[in-house]
Design a protein around this ligand. Structure first.
Ligand SMILES: NC(=O)c1ccc[n+]([C@@H]2O[C@H](COP(=O)([O-])OP(=O)(O)OC[C@H]3O[C@@H](n4cnc5c(N)ncnc54)[C@H](O)[C@@H]3O)[C@@H](O)[C@H]2O)c1
Length: 364
């Protein structure tokens, strides 16, 4: 039995990781740590976990084989450094780190400790994502030329109401926007899928932001990637889609467009289909995430001492690098946009920036 320790006992540990680990025979959730000890104790009782520790030292020196990091992104670096010191393998939630320097050091230190470091890109393990991977290789839609990967959602709303009934900014939203915004927080999954489905690295990219809100990072981002194989990917991610709506409805879609047809997956419609010159095939629909599938692979990796199918630190670094570069470019070009891609600007500003190119009725 492989003993797993979880550091960070918040939302994703409770609803994603722990229930999934407990479904994989051969893995055991053995120890919990959170700097808010009450969270660790809460999950210990809820899931009947043998140990919840009040200190990191107790946690890391317990009898665990591997650590799963479910803390907020700015804490990942410290957690990985501690795990390396105690020679524990790590599966770390995305985004792997806050910047390039941090992530490269995490990878290097883990390698020097002789430990494996994985990135928790659980989308790869959804049966639908695996089917797409297979269909691309079988050339079900000919040569894939274009991916359109969209995840527009409300991030559980812009506001919350406190105990006094007052409307306050959602702490979750503030945190995620300060950590880099939607492309860094969520878009890394889509970037990872594009690289994995196509089996091709990104040769060129361009990020454009739209601001519905007042953070430095854009809360709605477009990323265009050109892959070495010649295919293109467009990722669109938003935290501001219906964010003030009483009845929000997110939009999550994959479309792969090839020389002989289209693969289309829609989460809200529960639809998954391939249309090509032979006809239409309706495939069984599965949710976009699979923590259980990821943990079945973690068990194999721990038993064999090799990554197998698990996304590595390298995968985490590449996706985060692309997402950050897109976000940084969007921020830079907000005030000085490239010709042809005006950002969230008033009509007067647009006219001033593009006196020749922008027609008078551009925003009518
Ligand atoms: N892959 C996915 O589908 C997915 C979905 C949601 C969140 N996530 C990622 O999971 C991570 C956690 O997200 P969440 O939504 O569970 O956040 P959360 O805020 O609900 O939980 C984080 C927990 O970490 C604890 N914590 C904070 N600082 C700590 C420290 N120094 N040491 C120990 N514990 C500490 C907090 O007390 C809290 O209990 C983030 O990296 C996020 O991007 C991934």
């Amino acid at each position: 039995m492989m003993k797993i320790g979880i550091i960070g006992c918040g939302m994703i540990a409770e609803f994603g990781h722990i229930p999934a680990i407990q479904q994989v025979s051969g893995l055991q959730v053995y120890a919990l740590y959170d700097n808010d000890f009450s969270r660790a104790v809460h999950l210990q009782h809820r899931f009947h976990v043998p140990h919840a520790y009040p200190t990191e030292e107790d946690f890391f020196t317990s009898d665990i084989d591997a650590v799963v990091i479910c803390t907020p992104a700015p804490i990942h670096y410290k957690n990985v450094m501690d795990a390396a010191k105690h020679r524990k393998h790590v599966l770390c939630e995305k985004p792997l780190g806050m910047d390039e320097e941090e992530m490269l050091e995490m990878k290097r230190v883990m390698e020097e400790a002789g430990c494996m470091l994985f990135t928790g890109f659980n989308y790869r393990f959804s049966q639908s994502a695996k089917d797409i991977h297979r269909l691309v290789r079988e050339k079900a839609i000919g040569e894939v030329r274009l991916l359109r990967l969209v995840y527009n959602w409300h991030l559980h709303g812009k506001w919350h109401w406190n105990e006094k009934g007052e409307r306050v900014d959602s702490a979750l939203r503030v945190g995620r926007m300060l950590e880099g915004g939607p492309m860094v927080d969520c878009g890394v999954h889509q970037i990872d899928l594009a690289r994995w489905w196509l089996g091709s690295e990104v040769a060129w990219q361009h990020g454009i932001g739209v601001w519905l809100d007042n953070y430095e990072a854009p809360d709605h981002v477009y990323l265009h990637m050109a892959h070495e194989c010649g295919a293109h990917t467009m990722v669109e991610v938003s935290f501001s889609y219906n964010t003030t709506s009483k009845e929000p409805r997110p939009h999550f879609q994959y479309e792969l467009i090839g020389t002989d047809g289209v693969i289309r997956y829609n989460r809200e419609e529960h639809s998954f289909e391939v249309r090509n010159s032979h006809g239409t095939q309706y495939l069984p629909w599965h949710p976009e995430k699979s923590f259980t599938g990821m943990y079945m692979e973690l068990l194999k990796a721990l038993q064999n001492g090799t990554p197998g199918e698990l996304p590595t630190a390298e995968d985490g670094i590449k996706a985060t690098r692309i997402a950050k570069a897109a976000t940084d470019q969007a921020i830079r070009e907000r005030d000085k946009p490239s010709k042809g891609c005006p950002s969230t600007k008033s009509r007067a500003e647009i006219g001033r920036l593009y006196p020749d190119e922008v027609p008078m009725d551009f925003y009518d």
